[in-house]
Design a protein around this ligand. Sequence first.
Ligand SMILES: [Zn+2]
Length: 378
Amino acid sequence: MSRKIASHYALIDEELQPNIIIEVDDNGTITAIDHAVEIDNRAGVEFYPGILIPGLVNAHCHLELSYLHHAIAEQTGFAGFARAIGQVRGNYTLEERLRAASSADATMWSEGVAAVADIANDSLTLPIKGQSKIAYHTLFEVFGLATRSTDEHHRMAEQSTTSASVTPHSTYSLQDGIFRQICQTGDAPLSIHFLESDDELELYHHRGSLHEWYERMGWSCDFLHYGTPSKRIIESVPATRRVMLIHNCKATREDIAMMDAHFRSGVTWVVCPESNRYISGSHPPIELLRSMGCNIAIGTDSLASARSLSMLDNMRLIEGVPLAELLTWATLGGARALGMEHTLGSFAVGKRPGVVLIEGADLHTLSLLASTTTRRIL
Ligand SMILES: [Zn+2]
């Protein structure tokens, strides 16, 4: 049976348009998008008060860290957070970790998430993601200055029950050879933690807390000759590679211009405002990214550094951006980053993006309120 679904507004062509009826078939594929009047009182039309959007795309998550919910204090700063994760990680059983991941997956689905770019360091959560109704792309993350091989990561990616690939963690946590090798192998999207704090740039100038930590541990870096994290990426990653840059809090106009000039297939600037608030109180450079016409997506990061995996909570932390634009980042922005825009991310005939209802928004000013929620309709 096909369904006709309508609301006060629907996100169509990156705008919030009134008087829209979305028709879907049994499989959830959109068969028609109609403009009509008096849609709240039509036979055969399900009318929901609020705003209809396609399924959300969470462009940065670490589902496997869900068991660390409330385990790490807020606002300890970048180095403090990294230290704290190391201290509490061993305190949980396998069962507790699996239960937390499973519950986080179920919550994301019910809140309307259709796809997730999920960072993983092991295979633990693969059975959960494989059975989930959410489309996961698992990025097996290579991490550690002493790491010399990616064989295990590639083996996990090949055996993955979700679509999967291998990615470097960041520009400060991998030596030169292995970073280049990962970036120059295959064509799946990369997801690189990027300029979350000043320490990442300072390291290249032999100062700052990351540099001091490495000195104390006796660890050396063979990649500092690149000069900056941005230059390292440009000189290591082919221009044709699709790349998601995560956080970007300290990215400057020069960094953004350099990346946009280099990557022909486009960079997605993924912002995780709740994680930034939680760890350090810093903010993603929203206005700068907007003014430079960047493809922006939204990620929740993990429950180790967020009170929730709610895309809506993250959107609420971004001020001064029109709701339609914000919702486009949270849907199409992430779908583009993952190469899933042909099926997900927007309402268009032939796509199967899911239908999500935003309830309790201010429909006069078209803005989110503290009490606004999202709920899956389809
Ligand atoms: Zn992350």
